[in-house]
Design a protein around this ligand. Structure first.
Ligand code: LLP
Length: 496
């Protein structure tokens, strides 16, 4: 086989199927995928009116850039579509003090799934009565915090939890307080996928009370008979990143059936039905998520029809979107450090296939989703556009692990070089919130941009923050102050 000089791809070869053929414009910003304020100005990506090179210079890279207008706009879209229902922002997607305040100010509710998410929201001043606490293994401390703070609902998940909650609720009542309001988390036996759903009789997972075994009804009856608890309603959540509303509709059908059973068994008419989150977003231009308006219409229709069939009043609906509010408005900015062309073997017509491994200054510690879920992302060269021919690339991080991949297959201009900025789209949900200190990389900051202003809403973790946790290192200086800074080795936007 003839050797081929490493470098940009040219010549015919069969690209791996996941990359597809190169798009006509490698720098295009598909409006489904990129934040609402994303624009190219003289070739450079601007977010919230801010040029990315300026953001990178000021805040360093890796950097989460959150388009405030996009985040709050999507929250408002859900609130409008679900007018008359409660929209709980699922804070596990991304939570910090500022986000808690936006959600509070914009009138939404908040779903917390640990005592510490609850603590963050309360510390930010989020109204307790608009918070619901989830979790399959809530500790006594977490439950006590929820009871003392007077949160809206505890979403009970097990018989053990009811046993733990009752004495706390009784103590609150004895002190003159009201009963603790709870929802029963049900497992409806629907396994949701992106384009299909499979109803299963047996649910092999840790959340909720099974409808199929009758546990959900037993739990509901048990709660109704506890004077210190108030059963406000039922809860169901079928999964995440779901495009097809059929799964939600099937779940709604089943959980309304349980409302009917509860009514039959106890005479109680429950006031709330929370159908969870899971509404998918576009990570790639071809993804086709449903709009909040369509989801709301379909859920309302199914619930109304099922309730009519059972001669029950329609309960107040609630939903818990996380990704669909937080995901699309944030991008991660990285600086390219090294580029390594790797020969993949021979392609069509004898031309070798080459994949450029484009290494950036973050990786699986700030976005674990590609490695963990085989998630698909897209990215663009952000500090400039380029007319260079497309090169097949894989964007990887700097961790000591070959699975440290951010974008598995994509086309970038063949002249990308160290010092260029890459922007990975739709990283607002489950990236910062799932970030780690693997290889002692530090958690990136989050900068909110809006109307030409940038505000660091979460600062970059420093090495000294991490040293502070270590029995030996606490209080010691970092060996080099530079190691604590995201100091680019190459001027940002070298070719701009
Ligand atoms: N409500 C409940 C009870 C949930 O368990 C979840 C997500 C949500 C709402 C919000 O779902 P969303 O609207 O964001 O899809 N780490 C995974 C996602 C885990 C979701 C867990 N529960 C990921 O990165 O895809």
């Amino acid at each position: 086989m003839r050797a081929h000089p490493a470098g940009p791809l040219h010549g015919a070869f069969a690209p791996p199927p996941s990359a597809g053929m190169p798009p006509a414009d490698l720098g295009a910003l598909d409006e489904q995928v990129w934040p609402r304020s994303a624009r190219r100005v003289d070739g450079e990506l601007h977010l919230g009116g801010k040029p990315v090179t300026e953001l990178a210079r000021t805040h360093g890279t890796p950097l989460f850039v959150l388009d405030e207008g996009d985040f709050r706009g999507r929250a408002a879209d859900f609130a409008t579509a679900f007018d008359g229902a409660d929209v709980h922002y699922a804070s596990k997607a991304f939570l910090c003090g500022q986000v808690a305040r936006w959600i509070a100010d914009d009138g939404l509710h908040l779903d917390a799934c640990s005592g510490n998410e609850l603590a963050v929201a309360l510390a930010a001043g989020f109204p307790a009565e608009r918070i619901a606490l989830h979790g399959n293994n809530k500790s006594l401390v977490e439950l006590q915090l929820a009871v003392d703070a007077g949160i809206g609902h505890v979403v009970v998940d097990s018989f053990d939890e009811i046993d733990r909650l009752v004495p706390m609720a009784l103590a609150r009542m004895e002190a003159g307080g009201s009963p603790v309001s709870v929802l029963i988390r049900t497992t409806v036996g629907i396994e949701a996928h992106t384009h299909e759903f499979i109803a299963t009789a047996h649910e092999d997972q840790k959340f909720g009370f099974s409808l199929a075994t009758g546990d959900a009804l037993t739990a509901a009856v048990r709660v109704i008979r506890e004077p210190a608890l108030h059963l406000a309603g039922l809860h169901s959540h079928i999964g995440s990143q779901i495009f097809d509303t059929a799964g939600f509709e099937a779940a709604a059908h089943r959980v309304v059936g349980l409302l009917g059973q509860v009514h039959q068994a106890t005479g109680e008419v429950l006031e709330e039905l929370n159908l969870g989150g899971g509404f998918g977003i576009a990570y790639l231009p071809d993804d086709d998520p449903v709009t909040p308006h369509d989801v709301a219409e379909r859920l309302r229709t199914v619930v109304a029809a099922e309730c009519a069939a059972l001669d029950l009043p329609v309960p107040r609906l609630a939903v818990e979107p996380g990704r669909a509010i937080a995901g699309p408005g944030t991008v991660t900015l990285y600086e390219i450090g090294t580029i390594k062309p790797v020969r993949l073997g021979s392609g069509g017509q004898g031309a070798p296939q080459v994949r450029n491994y484009v290494s950036v200054d973050g990786g699986m510690s700030d976005n674990i989703r590609t490695a963990l879920y085989d998630a698909s992302y897209t990215c663009v060269l952000a500090n400039r556009t380029s007319d260079a021919p497309p090169a097949l690339c894989r964007v990887v991080g700097k961790h000591c692990e070959s699975g440290d991949v951010l974008v598995r297959d994509l086309w970038l201009p063949s002249d990308v070089q160290p010092g260029d900025l890459l922007a990975v789209a739709a990283t607002g949900a489950y990236c910062w919130s799932m970030a780690s200190n693997y290889n002692y990389l530090l958690k990136p900051p989050v900068v909110a941009v809006r109307d030409g202003a940038a505000t660091e809403i979460v600062r970059r973790q420093t090495l000294l923050d991490v040293f502070a946790l270590d029995a030996v290192l606490a209080g010691r200086p970092a060996p080099s102050p530079a190691i604590d800074q995201p100091a680019p080795e190459h001027p940002v936007g070298a070719r701009s």
